[in-house]
Design a protein around this ligand. Structure first.
Ligand code: CP
Length: 305
């Protein structure tokens, strides 16, 4: 296998096809480790992973921790609360302090768009963006792609519709770049107020009509309304949003028979997804979670080994 030369994972925009292939092939081999009785390999023994999570997370943070531990790395978790940020320390001083303890990789989640990139410019150790503000969530998009490829082999020519709060979604942005790179046909659906300024620059299909967007889709990726990032009322009511843009049993019945339903989580049940759809046979949400561990094992391995 060719050498993986990338030092940081900050975005999916500039990932090359060969790099994506290498990440996903490596993830496939680590998925086999996850099926073993003893889910541990010595690959990163003696290496240290620091998870710096300055914003809430369940899936990403836990899966990076599980991934590191399955690879036998020492994993340190640090969150904003309890850190010295509250005493006025800057993000950069904090990151340099952590780097002085010689970690082999720093995994960063932050409210501030661009913070992982800024840290990567000042640190010597690799930095992985675990979701930064409105910007990107590259490891989520990679695990989404892995999940789709696991079902289909290839996403080329597949119709993938992303529904909901596109404007505030780092998951949407990372997925648009990655899926387009792989030759998928991407459609964005949502109310006008949830489309970002300059959305046409993505060069994907855009519609404000849910049924038009999902009827022919091979996969529908449903997004949560990012309430924590919305300062103004972007839609009249949650009930109205759920009526027009929420995926429920009756709308699913209008989709292709084999359609896949994805959601990065956390799900707001009854708003963007009804419980029957979230837990139904089309849903691959828990596959996404499991694949998140394998993909993050691959990234830690490729950056640290
Ligand atoms: N998908 C995702 O990033 O979930 P968490 O916020 O729980 O990590």
């Amino acid at each position: 296998m060719a050498l993986f030369n990338r030092k940081h994972i900050l975005s999916t925009k500039d990932l090359q096809k060969e790099e994506i292939d290498q990440i996903l092939e490596t993830a496939l081999s680590f998925k086999e480790v996850m099926r073993r009785e003893i889910k541990k390999v010595p690959t990163l023994r003696g290496k240290t992973v620091i998870n710096l999570f300055l914003e809430d997370s369940t899936r990403t943070r836990t899966s990076f921790e599980v991934a590191g531990k399955m690879l036998s790395a020492d994993v340190i978790n640090l969150s904003k609360s309890g850190s010295s940020l509250a005493k006025g320390e800057t993000f950069l001083d904090m990151a340099k302090t952590l780097e002085a303890m010689k970690p082999n990789v720093l995994v960063v989640r932050a409210k501030q768009s661009g913070l992982p990139k800024r840290l990567s410019e000042h640190l010597n150790c690799p930095v992985i963006n675990a979701g930064d503000g409105l910007h990107e969530h590259p490891t989520q998009a990679l695990l989404d792609l892995f999940t789709l490829q696991e079902r289909w082999g290839d996403v080329k020519g597949k119709k993938i519709t992303i529904v909901g709060d596109i404007a505030h979604s780092r998951v949407a942005r990372s997925n648009i770049y990655l899926l387009k790179n792989r030759g998928a046909e991407v459609t964005l659906v949502g109310p006008g107020s949830f489309m970002p300024l300059g959305v046409e620059e993505y060069k994907v299909k855009i519609t404000y009509d849910l049924m038009e967007g999902i009827r022919e889709a091979d996969a529908v990726m449903v997004l949560r309304i990012q309430k924590e990032r919305i300062g103004l009322p972007f839609f009249p009511s949650v009930r109205e949003y759920a009526r027009f843009f929420g995926m429920d049993r009756s709308k699913l019945a209008e989709c292709k028979k084999e359609v896949l339903i994805l959601h990065p989580g956390p799900v707001n049940r009854g708003i963007e997804l009804s419980p029957e759809v979230a837990d139904g046979s089309h849903s691959v949400i828990l596959d996404q979670v499991a694949n998140g561990v394998a993909v993050r094992m691959a990234l830690l391995y490729l950056l640290v080994k």
